[in-house]
Write a protein that binds this ligand. Sequence first.
Ligand code: ARG
Length: 465
Amino acid sequence: MSAKLWGGRFHGQVSDLMRRFNDSIAFDIRLWEADIRGSIAYAQALARAGVISQQEAEALVRGLEMVRAEFAEGRFQVQPDDEDIHTAVERRLKELVGEVAGKLHTGRSRNDQVATDLRLFALDGLRDIQRALCEVQRALLAQARPHVHTLMPGYTHLQRAQPISFAHWCMGYFWQFARDAERMDDCARRIAIMPLGSGALAGNPFRLDRRFLAQALGFPAVTCNALDGVSARDFVAELLFCWALLGVHLSRLAEDLIVYSSAEFGFVTFDDAYATGSSLMPQKRNPDAMELVRGKAGRLIGDLISVLVVLKGLPTSYNKDLQEDKPPLFDALDTLALALPVVAGAVRSLKVNVARMRAALDPAMLATDVAEYLVRKGVPFRQAHHLTGRAVALAEARGVPLNALPLADWQAISPHFEADVLGVFDFERSLASRDVVGGTSPRAVRAQIRQAERWLKKRQCPADE
Ligand code: ARG
C-alpha cells in the first residue's frame, strides 16, 4: 500500500522522478509554524462542531504541540514520503498520537490549508519587513537632523539644478518608504482573510464555525466563497508588488549614493563596514552594498512577475501550479530581510562630506533665483526667464561665473537689473526662500522632520533620542 495520504485509489508507486518533481517539502517546510497553528485551531473547531470529542481534540492539540517543539528545536526529521509540510506534520502527528491523527483532516483539504498557512506566513513576513523598513527610515532621519543647513546641489536629469540641503534629500526618501509601509498596511487587510473551512473548493460539510476559527487564528474576516478561497493568490501578487516597489525605491536610493560616493562627486563616504575592495586594484573602495541593493530590485520585480504569470490562465479553484507561489514569496522576503538592514546600516554610518557638497554648488544654480528677482520687480515670469537666460549665455560667452558678470552687462540686458541683483547670489538665502510646506528651507525641513517623527511614533517605531 502506498504511504501517501492520497494513496488509497492507487495501485502502483509514484516514480522517483515524479516524486522529486511534485514534492514541495524542500521549500514549504518554512510554513511549519503557520501549518501547526492552523491545525491546532482546526482541531478545536472540529470539537466545537461535534465532529470529534473534546478528548480527541486535546490529544490532537497535545500532539501538534509536540511536533511544534520538534520543529522549534530543530529535531524534526523529514521522511522521504513527506510530500509537503502538511503531509509531514500529519505523518509525525500520527506517529506521536496514533490513529486519532487521522481525524484532523476531516472536512479540510490541503487546498484551504495551504491557502491559510500562506496567509498567516505572509502576514508575519509583512510585519518583519515593516519593522526592518522602519530602521531605514530612522537612519534617514538621523542623517537629516544634523544636515538641515548642509547645502548640496539638487539635480534634475542628473544636471545641477537648484541648491537643496542634504536633509531635504534624506527626507525625500523617508516619505517614499512611509508610503511603502502604508501600502503594506493596506495589503495586510486583504491578506488577513481566512480561507480555512473552504474544503477543496465547495465548502465544509460539518457546520464548522468559521468565525470562531478565524478568531482563534487572528483573522478579522473569512473568505466569502470557497472557490475563491482556495484559488485566490492575489494577496501574494499584491504583497510582491509592494515589495518590488519598495525594492525600486531602495534601488534609487542606492543609485544616488553610488553616484555621490564616486570620486567625481565625493559627497559621501561609506563606512568600512559597508564598502569593499577590489582584488586587483588596491586603491578601490567599491559601493558593493548599494550595487547589490540596486541589483536585488531586479530580483524582486522578477518574483512579482513569476507569480503573475503562474496565475494568468489558471482555471478556477486549486491547480498544482499554485505550488509555485511559494518560492517567489520566500525569495522576496529573504531578499528584503537582508537588504533592509544593510541599507539602514549603510545610511546610518554614512560620512557626509559637507565641504565637497558645498564646493559643488555653482552660481548658475541660482539662475532661477535671478528670474524670481525680476518677478519681484514686476517682470512677468516668462520674460524674466528669458532675460536671465541671456545673462547666463553672456556669462558663458565671457567665460565667467554668472555672479561675476559686471552690473553694466546685467543692465544692458534689462534695466530691471539693479545693483542688488548681486545679492541674489547667496546660496543660504536661496535655500531659506523656499519656505513653503515641503520646501528645502531649514525651517520647512525641520517641520518635515517633526512630521516624520510623529509618523514613526504612531507606528510604534520611535525615532532615536
Ligand atoms: N503543496 C501543495 C501546494 O503548495 C499543497 C496543496 C496540495 N493540494 C492538492 N490538491 N494537491 O500548493
